[in-house]
Design a protein around this ligand. Structure first.
Ligand code: 13P
Length: 247
């Protein structure tokens, strides 16, 4: 079976205003030939304008979260269909900042994944252990448990990816060693094959957490690493392009 097509996605989190669209244009303009699919996930309010700014380029636009229901009385929320309507092709779901800050459980994440699939969005499902869990030797159990709990059976045959983001590596400048990344990614792959059979070999498994131009080559070439989910370094075209070129 051929290797999954790599995906490199930028998670802008709660950063970016209309003026930041220039940065997105610079990313698309500087992309050149790459084996990766590239996506930027800006705040929801920017998706429509970013999709227009990037139309005709190879860069995809994604959301960072959406509700598990399709519509209704959910003040302040956006639905998966609204993201699609605005021009998004993907959605990050289950990011640790949502799991921790908004108490999203695996069941909530799985319901959001189902909503993404109903709307035709490609989910990027995030998993990752805390530093306490790693120190206790529980990293693999936590991560594979999140994979089992957050990925509904409806994903079979649909495009999606899993992003391994150790909570302690996000925004800290710390990264696991390459063997540590490979150990977790292999465990995720085994779990995907357990859940989905041979199809479980096809989704890329992204690494996220302090990916920078300087460490991208080593991380992106590690076994079972099929791309990256990039936070801070995706906000600057030069840094994001440096990561993409490291593939
Ligand atoms: P940083 O790249 O800023 O560490 O963020 C990683 C992340 O959370 C991407 O979703």
């Amino acid at each position: 079976m051929s290797k999954p097509t790599p995906l490199i996605a930028g998670n802008w989190k709660m950063n970016g205003l209309a003026a930041s669209l220039d940065e997105a244009r610079a990313i698309a303009g500087g992309l050149g030939a790459t084996p990766a699919r590239v996506a930027i996930c800006p705040p929801a309010i920017l998706i429509h304008r970013m999709a227009q700014a990037l139309s005709g380029t190879a860069v995809l636009v994604g959301g960072q979260d959406h509700h598990w229901d399709d519509s209704g009385a959910f003040t302040g929320d956006v639905s998966a269909e609204m993201l699609v309507d605005a021009g998004a092709a993907l959605a990050i779901l289950g990011h640790s900042e949502r799991r921790t800050g908004y108490r999203e459980t695996d069941a909530v994440v799985a319901a959001k994944v189902q909503a993404a699939l109903r709307a035709g969005l490609e989910p990027i499902v995030c998993v990752g252990e805390t530093l306490e869990q790693r120190k206790a030797g529980d990293a693999l159990a936590v991560v594979t448990g999140q994979v089992r709990g957050s990925l509904p059976a409806e994903l079979a045959g649909r495009p999606f990816s899993v992003a391994y983001e150790p909570v302690w590596a996000i925004g800290t400048g710390l990264t696991p060693t390459t063997p540590e990344i490979e150990e977790v990614h292999r465990a995720i792959r085994e779990t995907l094959v357990e859940l989905f059979g041979d199809f479980g070999r096809t989704p890329p498994i992204l690494y996220g957490g302090s990916v920078k131009p300087g460490n991208a080559a080593e991380i992106l070439h590690a076994d079972e690493v099929g791309g990256a989910l990039v936070g801070g370094a995706s906000l600057k075209a030069e840094d994001f392009l440096g990561i993409i070129r490291a593939l």
